[in-house]
Design a binder for this molecule. Structure first.
Ligand SMILES: Cc1cc2nc3c(=O)[nH]c(=O)nc-3n(C[C@H](O)[C@H](O)[C@H](O)COP(=O)(O)O)c2cc1C
Length: 53
């Protein structure tokens, strides 16, 4: 049985953890991406949440 580690990351923190989990489980990494990426500016990103969720 293979493990799929699907993750979403904005700043890279979750990517780091997902990579560690994938290494430990010999899982396959799959990055979930938004069709319209969040802004790299924190405040803009946080206010976008209200609009896009
Ligand atoms: C849409 C969105 C909304 C967020 N809102 C908050 C928030 O309200 N408070 C906070 O501390 N961090 C917020 N963050 C930042 C995340 O906590 C931060 O990115 C965290 O490191 C999650 O890991 P990632 O960067 O790999 O996605 C938000 C990030 C995104 C993408």
């Amino acid at each position: 049985m293979r493990t799929l580690v699907a993750y979403f990351t904005w700043s890279g923190n979750t990517k780091e953890i997902a990579e560690r989990i994938a290494r430990k489980t010999h899982g396959k990494l799959f990055r979930i991406e938004r069709e319209i990426p969040y802004s790299t500016d924190y405040n803009t990103c946080a206010s976008d949440t209200v609009i896009f969720t």
